[in-house]
Design a protein around this ligand. Structure first.
Ligand SMILES: C[S@@+](CC[C@H](N)C(=O)[O-])C[C@H]1O[C@@H](n2cnc3c(N)ncnc32)[C@H](O)[C@@H]1O
Length: 247
């Protein structure tokens, strides 16, 4: 059991400081698969789960999809809406596509915002590592599975165990174990050392098991060495997961 409530931490997090990544090369793989599978005549609908201020949602929209971005942080959703106001009018006058942002908790079962069997794709960048406990991670994947239509695709990125490439993480896993009670889990802190939220680093096997347990098939997991989403000077491993809800 973690000592912190992840929902509380993320509701209170400063929207402008929400970590993100803007390398969309791994995401392109799944966007191409979705277009190939579901066709381009009618824009496919994508769920961006834990969208923050909408960085990834706007990219997906720019690639020709309709997007629903959801997040538990209200000011992030407000910022995302503001940043979108001109975008739809300018780039898509016929409104055949849409880009909506809504406040929603992705750990809760289907709602009017995240409807069951509604999405051709779900995208979840940098969320599963910070969503809370192991039960929360499983609930997240079950909810994403339920939101997808049969044959729909999930793209998920996650922080990987990084003590083999960065001794700072080895130290953090060890020093915070007493608090987090979970291996490869630590408190992300600000520059003053104040705890912000709990982060879990995954092994590939752990991710595969979680995805399989949620019902996903055709699982592919790529590992990449990059820099931390909050600390550009720190090397970290990341996993990029691709899978499908069976037809
Ligand atoms: C590391 S940020 C990533 C943001 C975004 N995916 C990106 O890459 O730009 C994690 C996001 O997950 C959101 N989040 C955390 N718990 C959530 C929950 N239970 N429901 C919805 N969003 C949540 C946070 O508010 C935050 O915006």
């Amino acid at each position: 059991m973690h000592p912190r409530d992840a929902r509380f931490d993320w509701k209170a997090f400063a929207a402008e400081a929400i970590p993100t990544k803007t390398n969309f090369v791994p995401l392109e793989i799944v966007l191409t698969d979705i277009k190939t599978t579901f066709g381009e005549a009618r824009p496919a609908l994508i769920l961006d789960a834990g969208c923050g201020v909408g960085v990834v949602s706007r990219y997906i929209y720019s690639r020709g999809f309709s997007v629903v971005g959801v997040d538990i942080n209200e000011s992030a959703i407000n910022n995302a809406r503001k940043s979108t106001a001109g975008l739809i009018k300018v780039s898509d006058e016929r409104l055949t596509r849409y880009l909506n942002f809504s406040y929603a908790d992705i750990l809760r079962p289907a709602s009017s915002v995240i409807q069951a069997n509604a999405f051709s794709g779900a995208v979840c960048q940098l969320v599963i590592s910070i969503i809370g406990t192991d039960q929360d991670r499983a609930a997240l994947l079950t909810n994403l599975f339920n939101a997808l239509r049969p044959g729909g695709y999930l793209y998920l990125s996650a922080s990987g165990v990084s003590d083999d490439i960065n001794p700072m993480y080895a130290e953090l896993y060890c020093s915070d174990l007493e608090i987090t009670k979970e291996p490869y889990t630590y408190l992300s802190r600000d520059d003053q050392g104040r705890a912000l939220y709990v982060t879990h680093h995954f092994s590939e096997e752990e991710l595969r098991d979680l995805l399989q347990a949620a019902g996903f098939s055709d699982i592919r997991i790529d590992k990449k060495r990059e820099t931390s989403s909050r600390r550009n000077s720190q090397s970290a491993n990341f996993y990029y997961c691709y899978c499908r809800k069976p037809l």
